[in-house]
Design a binder for this molecule. Structure first.
Ligand code: PBG
Length: 324
């Protein structure tokens, strides 16, 4: 008898589609990246990220209140550091009164319950635009780790709930976890960029922070886009070293990796839908070539369906508008 199974029965109306839907996006899924600059009353649009801004601390306060009101309860802070404060040692990164440290306090004062994560990496502070200390054209792993651990501690002291090392040095999660424990910050979490690829999709972010590498590229520390098993190895090591949340980055091109990792680990998996992904959709939508909202929802659902527990996304506010 033809056919006993007709799959279209489960697609016949919005009601039945909704009833059987397996993947649902909520405001709880999002981690909102925020760019912070010195100054007063600054809300500076990033040229390659239309509709996304760098905020001075006073306007950052306003923005996080708005996020909280929308149900967006977690932020990931990045700072744009003045050129005069950059060097090859990351000294400014450890300044207890540096921009990041003040930004953490500002957000916590404005919205005490907001979950605050901080970027831990040297590139915004580096004259070379690299994520580590440079010597003779090389990025020095272990010396960098020592600074990253101090930087993480400084963020924890300022009130960060989680630190997020995005540098891809070997062993940095262990160094950070150890120093945090030694100093009594056992409650401070680590979200580690575990499988972070050497991607050209980071271009607009480097515009936002003026942090593009001054020489070479990041291929000796970020992963080769062609590798797959290495992503699992990196991630399992980060968990062993004490990471609470692991991350895959970028998002859409790497959803196979997200699924691999989801199946290999039992901690939350974050996916970073990065600046280049944001720029691509904004540009295509501005030309009228793609339906911004529909494509966005499809992308976010796909990221979550692949296995993301947390989505770091510049589209978080758009997403909340679309799902509420
Ligand atoms: C640097 C860092 C980068 C991003 C987050 N942290 C850029 C890089 O590695 O060069 C990229 C985020 C994005 O593109 O949205 N430690």
């Amino acid at each position: 008898m033809y056919p006993l199974r007709r799959n279209r029965r489960l697609r016949a109306s919005e009601a039945i589609r909704g009833l059987v839907r397996e993947t649902i996006i909520t405001p709880n899924d999002f981690l909102v990246p925020l760019f912070v600059v010195e100054g007063k009353g600054v809300k500076d649009e990033i040229s390659s990220m239309p509709g996304y801004y760098r905020y001075s601390l006073d306007l950052l306060e306003k923005e996080v209140k708005e996020l909280w009101a929308l149900g967006l309860k977690s932020v990931l802070l990045f700072v744009k550091v003045e050129d005069s404060l950059k060097d090859n040692s990351g000294k400014e990164a450890l300044n207890p009164n540096g921009l990041m440290q003040r930004a953490v306090k500002k957000v916590k004062d404005a919205v005490p319950e907001m979950l605050v994560m901080t970027d831990v990496a040297l590139d915004p502070y580096s004259t070379y635009g690299h994520d580590g200390i440079v010597s003779e054209g090389e990025i020095i792993n272990d010396d960098t780790n020592a600074v990253l651990a101090e930087m993480a501690l400084s963020h924890a002291k300022a009130g960060a709930d989680f630190v997020a090392p995005s540098d891809m040095m070997d062993g940095r999660v262990f160094e950070i976890r150890s120093l945090l424990e030694d100093e009594g910050f056992d409650k401070t979490g680590i979200m580690s960029y575990s499988a972070k690829y050497a991607s050209a999709f980071y271009g607009p972010f480097r515009d936002a922070l003026d942090s593009a590498p001054g020489f070479g590229d990041k291929k000796t520390y970020q992963m080769d886009p062609a590798s797959r098993s290495e992503a699992i190895r990196e991630t399992l090591m980060d968990i062993e070293e004490g990471a609470d949340i692991v991350m895959v980055k970028p998002g859409l091109c790497y959803l196979d990796i997200v699924r691999d990792i989801r199946e290999a680990v039992d901690v939350p998996v974050a996916v970073y839908q990065v600046s280049g992904e944001f720029a691509m959709l904004k540009a295509a939508a501005a030309k009228g070539w793609l339906d911004h909202d529909q494509v966005l929802l499809e992308q976010l659902i796909s990221i979550k369906r692949a296995g993301a527990t947390v989505i770091a996304s510049y589209f978080a506010k758009d997403a909340v508008r679309l799902i509420s």
